[in-house]
Write a protein that binds this ligand. Structure first.
Ligand SMILES: [Zn+2]
Length: 933
């Protein structure tokens, strides 16, 4: 759709809007006077028609330049009105033309959270204190293009105007808008009505305009010297009820608003600030200029809920994010919805930065939530080659897909671009230096002609920063992160220079992608692979930061010194691949010196987890390097224990890598690999200070428990672990209460199941499949919300581990059990253990393996299950799903024996599963080949 800002002969510079609202009516009355001037984008001298946006408005009269009545036609599909004059009108530069329109608009009735809070909307609510039902709150929401539901306008972000608003409504109502109240006129002919006149606003796009009227409570605070006119800044929070529960928001504003004003070296860009809480708001929060509207329960807290640090942190992040918008996003605003994701990224980035800097207990940059839930998730999505797109193209695709009528902010907002943007800003800041970055940002506010009077592109900010810092790198940096698709990978090789005998490193960057959705014969040459500007965050030997080469701008970079690691503290949006023996030697050396922290080591392992099984990126050194690092830790002097190292997050991730390798080795029966890993982890288990029940029952750190659980699982075939698990299993069954953390239960069951040789033992575990209620109190579980949920979790764990048995008698029992209970939920999980031990010999006389017994059994029962599970009235697709899962796990035991499987009489039935299995096994094959080299 063509933009009115480009094609219309007239452009507004001011809206003077008078609105009359009776909450008992479903419509409101409006009179608007729009000051228009010639559009500089087009070169004409005369015109007889022009357009304005408007939706669900009925215009009763339109008068141009005081005397010319215009013909008005509603163009409903385009959400526009066409205004036509009988005569040609002359159009002069610098002349202002007033257009006066009288009209009516609709008031949207909101009764449920699903009703659309767009344009002007009303909610009716029950007041607790007064116990009266006829309380009202009328509010507006204009972003991205709902101002047109309230008044005729050009509803596009590229136009900024002043607004002069007056509202006539009930005397008892509070009235709030995007500027301060100028005066209130109560001399109405109707006694119950008053007219509130607001001051002329700052220059704003229509999307940031708004007002709220209604039965509101308020709390108030004055911040000395913070207003744009250097006076005290009045801050008010309004709520339909319980407003005193919003005092925490006032505390946050009081702390962070001055910090922001300091950061930008610019006072709050308005002379007042309001937060208005609404019963319903689809977008949850909206940063209207100096009048932030928020879904009520986001900011109302009882003292009990405020005691929860997560609640406090989320609230701080929300409030500071909205405050940042007032400077960047509102005072400096963007000329297209293309920059919406950037606007959101900036607000979050700066909020995270200020909170981390000013609250020592709350370093958001190193939290699990930021690194794992936000950053890592976006990186995973961005490494899918078929779908990954640049920030720029993501917007184009989005705006193309959402060109319909009622585009919401959500339709325009792209979560990956948002995440990538936060990391881009954070790493740009780190490469420039925090102080210089701040000084340069503050200079934007000295040039109001360029940055405030007109809306900008996000790139304008970076051009300016580049000028101030005298560096072309700033714009190149940002344009690479905006224009290029995908996720970069930097590979590091460190080698000894033969002449100088010193170590040197070479860094090379490419585009990384997962091999999952790619044809194995795919030609890598076809991938567009242009270098990003990457902030390296290099850590040198001795835990020094590299200040010489902070930025990688080209395909490769040669350093005449060795690096310990890149992307320290995991802040960058890229993966690192260490590709020479010397790299791992260096990492081990620095680990010994205590120079590598948990987050950085975790990141090394986490990146490797994306190379394992990836045909295009896995190198055998990733596997040998992982083993080297873990072996180095396991071989450290006796007095160094895992507890003293405190690397739980990274150890847990490193052990996950070993589990992935073991899984591949199990499927392909590579015993030597499994033995090697079992030995390594056994050595590591000796570094655990204390396996006693007293210590174990006290563990609560999630990563520590996860490390313990993986150590047990990976050494389940060894005597010490088996003895330990006998002891722990006794406590699971007999107590006392709160003996065993639930995180350990699965690996204990697994080990127990593995060593069982008779029915009597097996029954102990088997009984827990049927009911675990007797043991629930012995288990510590902070995650389950109810006792019942805990019991169900425990029963599932028992089923999942029931199948690790390796005697003929028990395998037969197990298979019978599965067959008789084939319809039971989750029964297929009993196969996990069977699958794991598929190559174990259960009958020495004829060398029968577990998988031979399973195959015989599967062939015998398959047709029967198929009849029972997939036919009949109860079939909901779950039967098919279960059958596929069982077939998958059975066939996986024969992944290398195609001949056997392909001559099975029902092969056509299981063919799709077999093909999926072959496809997924590619990654196991890659891992195995990487190990043997
Ligand atoms: Zn926002």
């Amino acid at each position: 759709m063509k933009l009115l800002a480009l094609e219309n002969p007239l452009i507004p510079s001011q809206y003077e809007l008078n609105i009359e609202i009776d909450p008992l009516n479903t419509t409101f009355k409006g009179i608007i006077t729009i000051a228009l001037h010639k559009n500089k984008n087009i070169n004409i001298k005369e015109f007889n028609k022009f357009k304005l946006h408007g939706k669900n408005l009925s215009i009763t009269s339109a008068t141009f330049a005081n005397n010319n009545d215009l013909k008005v036609t509603s163009l409903i599909d385009q959400q526009q009105f066409l205004f036509e004059s009988n005569d040609l009108l002359s159009l002069n530069d610098n002349e202002i033309y007033n257009l006066k329109i009288e009209y009516q608009g609709n008031i949207n009735q909101i009764k449920t959270p699903n009703d659309k809070t767009q344009g002007l909307f009303i909610s009716n609510f029950m007041s607790n204190d007064k116990n009266t039902a006829n309380n009202y709150i009328l509010a507006t929401h204009c972003q991205p293009s709902f101002a047109r539901l309230i008044f005729p306008c050009i509803d596009e972000p590229s136009i900024k105007t002043n607004f002069i608003l007056s509202i006539k409504s009930l005397k008892r109502f509070n009235t709030v808008s995007v500027s301060k109240i100028d005066k209130i006129d109560e001399s109405s002919s109707i006694d119950s009505m008053k007219t509130t006149h607001f001051e002329k606003t700052e220059l704003l796009p229509t999307s940031l305009f708004g007002f709220v009227i209604g039965d509101l409570e308020e709390i108030h605070l004055d911040l000395p010297n913070m207003s744009k006119d250097s006076n005290a800044l009045p801050i008010t929070i309004y709520s339909p009820l319980k407003v005193t529960q919003a005092t925490y928001t006032l505390d946050i504003i009081q702390k962070y608003l001055p910090l922001l004003s300091n950061f930008f070296n610019f006072k709050f860009p308005s002379n007042k600030l309001d937060f208005v809480l609404l019963p319903f708001l689809n977008d949850m929060v909206m940063e209207n200029f100096s009048m932030i509207t928020v879904q009520m329960d986001f900011l109302l807290f009882t003292p009990q809920s405020l005691a929860n640090p997560n609640v406090r942190n989320q609230t701080i992040q929300l409030v500071v994010h909205e405050l940042v918008h007032q400077w960047i996003g509102n005072y400096i605003s963007f000329n297209s919805w293309e920059f919406l994701a950037f606007n959101e990224s900036f607000a979050t980035f700066l909020a995270y930065y200020l909170i981390s800097k000013n609250d020592p207990d709350n370093n958001i940059w190193s939290t699990e939530n930021y690194l794992q839930n936000e950053l890592a998730t976006a990186m995973i999505q961005d490494s899918d080659l078929p779908t990954s797109k640049s920030i720029h193209d993501r917007y184009n695709q989005r705006s193309h897909n959402n060109s319909g009528d009622d585009i919401t902010t959500n339709d325009l907002f792209d979560p990956i671009s948002y995440q990538k943007g936060i990391s881009m800003l954070r790493t740009l800041q780190l490469s420039i230096g925090e102080d210089l970055f701040q000084k340069a940002m503050a200079e934007l506010f000295e040039d109001t002609v360029t940055f405030h009077n007109v809306p900008i592109k996000s790139m304008d900010i970076f051009h300016k920063l580049g000028q101030i810092l005298k560096s072309e790198n700033v714009t190149n940096f940002v344009s690479s992160w905006t224009r290029l698709p995908g996720l970069p990978i930097v590979s590091v090789t460190t080698t000894i220079d033969e002449t100088s005998k010193s170590l040197k490193s070479t860094l090379t960057q490419h585009r990384f992608y997962s091999s999952e959705n790619i044809d194995p014969d795919f030609d890598q040459q076809t991938v567009e692979d242009i270098p990003y500007h990457i902030t390296l965050l290099t850590q040198l030997p001795g835990k020094l930061s590299d200040t010489k080469n902070t930025l990688m701008t080209d395909r490769s970079l040669k350093l005449d010194y060795p690096v310990t690691l890149l992307n320290s503290n995991s802040q960058g949006y890229y993966r690192v691949s260490y590709e020479s023996q010397e790299c791992y030697d260096e990492i081990c050396k620095e680990l010994t010196l205590g120079n590598i922290d948990d987050i950085s080591l975790f990141k090394i392992f986490q990146d490797i987890s994306f190379y394992l099984g990836n045909k295009f990126f896995q190198k055998s050194i990733h596997i040998s390097g992982t083993i080297q690092i873990l072996n180095h830790i396991a071989s450290s002097p006796k007095d160094i224990t895992l507890k003293s190292l405190n690397l739980w997050k990274s150890l847990s991730e490193g052990l996950s890598l070993l589990q992935t390798i073991v899984q591949a080795a199990v499927v392909h029966n590579r015993r030597a690999i499994i033995t090697k890993i079992t030995k390594l982890v056994s050595k590591l288990s000796e570094k655990v200070d204390d396996w006693s029940i007293e210590t174990i029952s006290q563990l609560h750190d999630h990563h520590e428990l996860s490390t313990f659980s993986k150590i047990i699982a990976l050494t389940s075939t060894t005597k010490p672990t088996q003895d330990l698990c006998q002891e722990l299993f006794k406590h699971i069954r007999q107590g006392p209460n709160d003996s065993i953390p639930i995180e350990l239960v699965s690996s204990i069951y697994m080990t127990i199941s593995y060593q069982m040789t008779n029915i009597k033992d097996w029954k102990k575990l088997f009984e827990l499949v049927k009911t675990s209620s007797g043991i629930a109190s012995h288990i510590i579980d902070f995650n389950s919300t109810s006792e019942n949920e805990k019991i169900i979790t425990l029963q599932n764990l028992a089923i999942t581990n029931l199948g690790f048995v390796t005697t003929e008698e028990l395998i037969t029992k197990l298979l019978n059990f599965i067959d008789t209970n084939i319809a039971a939920t989750g029964i297929e999980n009993a196969f996990i253990g069977v699958n794991y031990n598929s190559q174990a010999i259960i009958n020495k006389k004829d060398n029968t393996k577990v998988r031979d017994a399973v195959w015989k059994w599967f062939k015998l029962h398959y047709s029967g299950w198929k009849r029972n599970l997939t036919k009949g009235t109860g079939s909901d697709g779950r039967g098919e799903e279960k059958l596929e899962k069982i077939a998958f796990m059975v066939l996986q035991m024969f992944v290398e024996s195609s001949k056997l499987i392909e001559k099975y009489e029902n092969f056509e039935d299981i063919k799709p599963v077999w093909e999926t299995l072959q496809h997924e096994d590619r990654s196991n094959c890659t891992i195995i080949s990487g190990f043997s080299k």
